[in-house]
Design a protein around this ligand. Sequence first.
Ligand code: PLP
Length: 457
Amino acid sequence: MNVLNKNIDIAEVVKNDIAHHFHPFTDHKSFHAEGGPRVMTQADGIWIWDGNGHKLLDGMSGLWCVNVGYGRKELAEAAYKQMLDLPYYNTFFKTTTVPTTELAAKISSVMPERFKHIFFTNSGSESNDTIVRFVRHYWKLKGKPYRQHFIARTRGYHGSTMVAANLGGFQGMHEQVGTEFPGFHHIKQPHWFDLGGDKTPEEFGLEAAAELEKKILEVGPDNVAAFIGEPIQGAGGVLIPPSTYWPEVQKICRKYGILIISDEVICGFGRTGNWWGFETMGFEPDIVPMAKGLSSGYLPIGAVAFADHLIKDFFELGGEFYHGMTYAGHPVAAAVALKNIEIIERENLVGHTREIGPYFAEALASLRDHPIVGETRSVGLIGAIELSNDKARRGRFASPGRVGTMCRDNCFKNGLIMRACWDTMVLAPPLVITRKEIDELVRLARVALDATYDQVK
Ligand code: PLP
């Protein structure tokens, strides 16, 4: 693949970008001081090229989404064909399109039996907004209008709309919003490395789950509508809860009649070695938001699966649900998502992830001898490397995020995309990655860790 043949004037793109493009999640001062963006131009499999011909191993699948890898012609063809047949129609007011309906049935077919109904959105954030609106209305329909409160976790990420940002547990986002929305509560994240102290991970898992019951009692059990959590917290730093955590959370939610929402925006579509993170972590949700891997990021689309018991009541008791987006269930995005799921099935990418997961874990563990690596952990093809200034005590560097950012920049320089969540380096490569490519990923990670160590020792 020769990106230099593409005749793109990269300097001009950068100039235009600085002049006109207002970027999300970007520190604009340092962005401009450093000379603007890196322009990505082409990709294939797990590899991506920038406009200067620099080749990078994408250890993050874009933003945790390109599950089937880059360069899938079939997905482009599915979009092209659907655009010719019917480029757009909506799903409001009792209409539908062929791929939208087929996609709803397909998603349902890869879920547990009880999930038969799928609501479409354009993103993970919109999926979570949809859920808050659905759940609050649902409890009103059920004659329990006081059940309006949601419990989530600190360092949980549920999106960037007003509701999703408040549902999430990122303090910086709450502060920028100005004030927290009422009705959203947070308990601590089940992260043993930082918070586990002398407890075993299993003991800590039970302690972290017990916080949920404490919070329920504080808010009032009758006031709590639902608990939301990512099976594994992604943007919070790939926080993999101890095995005791989720079963205990489920027990507590059932005890108080509280709905469980499993945010599968990252964990869904094979990432953890099963179709769904809740299967890997051992719990049974009532509501499942999804996006990212649904289309492998080839087009924007999100969805929410609702369990039958909710749908039955909602359809029987409710009238019109005053909620929906113009592009919900967009036929072109749906056609691409449908083909994407067919590829995951045909190539058995879920089985491949389950099979290669232990190899990925071992490869990451080979970095534990490094002077600034305090822990490595992974499930399937999602993993993390904790940077530490004191391995024995699980110590942290001063100014959280400073060393992580250095390491991220060193990765970029050396041909690897690995993201930093404060001082936790996170990885979620495309599910098509091979053993040989995992070896290369870990070799590149070590080069970046060495360069980072040279800067901080
Ligand atoms: N939920 C989780 C777990 C996510 O990781 C994200 C995005 O990273 C979202 C929701 C929001 O998705 P989107 O960025 O598509 O709105």
